[in-house]
Design a protein around this ligand. Structure first.
Ligand code: SF4
Length: 281
């Protein structure tokens, strides 16, 4: 049995949040640079240049990539052979609060979603998804600060199995079409297929954090991703909605087993400030 102190979890969460908020992944930066080489119209090129310049400034000055510093989503993978000495969930919440205070991140969370909508003032609570892993004595944490310009444009639908491949592709493309410029394109489209209502949405979010440029190991889904990306980029929404051929940088599809009577599909859109950071103890 390995012992990890709750204070170590707290420190790691804080570090991962600040890293994600200030530094964009090299895969996303490189995809944006490639898009800049391919775009031919002045407005699309200008939008991409400004996005890249913003990323350079954020990294060099260690300031947030965007004013919407998002709601913190944490995927925690805890080995069953680990004992956390202290409160695990409180360590995550406390690390998240510290990151928001020390990094001067915007407090973006309200306690009651419908009536009072009073700001919690420290961006708490973070959302925690925890999985236990057998034969493992590590803790792995993936942090995704999620802005709501893009979260608001995400969608889920409970399809019958007869909707088939074409139904899935049309739903993905239609979700991006309806979103227009609101999710701050170029986006990354995370798609979950299968599971139940909530699992489908969860794997869609996880899919957004997959490395841009990586290929789906299942050939059928790899082909589906390419087709969706091509159709999404043919919509002409373009960088920042100024028109062009880069509405999305990637479509990432994740799937899990589902019930014989259904085929849930979730589309989680992430903006060009696709922030995530990973670490382990
Ligand atoms: S969608 Fe992304 S880039 Fe746009 S305001 Fe929200 S966090 Fe910022």
């Amino acid at each position: 049995m390995r012992i990890i102190q709750a204070s170590e979890v707290e420190a790691l969460i804080k570090q991962l949040i600040l890293d994600a908020e200030f530094n964009i992944g090299d895969d996303i930066r490189s995809a944006l640079q490639t898009a800049l080489l391919r775009e031919t119209t002045a407005p699309a090129r200008l939008a991409l240049e400004q996005i890249l310049e913003n990323q350079r400034i954020a990294a060099s000055e260690q300031t947030p990539l965007c004013q919407d510093t998002g709601m913190i989503v944490v995927f925690a993978y805890l080995g069953q052979d680990v004992h956390i000495d202290g409160g695990f969930e409180e360590a995550i919440q406390s690390g998240a609060r510290s990151a928001f205070h020390e990094g001067y991140l915007r407090a973006s969370v309200v306690a009651d979603p419908l009536f009072d909508r009073i700001n919690t003032r420290d961006n708490s609570p973070a959302i925690i998804h925890l999985r236990l892993l057998p034969d493992d004595d590590n803790l792995r944490l993936l942090v995704i600060p999620k802005g709501f310009g893009s979260e608001n444009m995400s969608a889920i639908r409970m399809f019958p199995p007869s909707a088939g491949r074409d139904g899935v592709v049309d739903f993905i493309v239609d979700t991006v079409r309806r979103a227009g410029s609101k999710p701050c394109p170029p986006t990354i489209i995370g798609v979950g297929i299968g599971g139940t209502f909530e699992q489908c949405a969860q794997i869609a979010k996880l899919a957004t954090a997959r490395r841009v440029g990586s290929i789906n190991p299942d050939e059928r889904y790899a082909a589906l991703e390419s087709e969706c990306l091509e159709r999404v980029n043919a919509l002409g929404i373009g960088p920042a909605g100024y028109g062009g051929i880069t509405t999305a940088l990637a479509v990432h599809i994740s799937c899990v087993p589902t019930h014989i009577a259904g085929m849930p599909v979730a589309v989680n859109i992430v903006c060009h400030a696709s922030r995530h950071s990973e670490g382990s103890l």
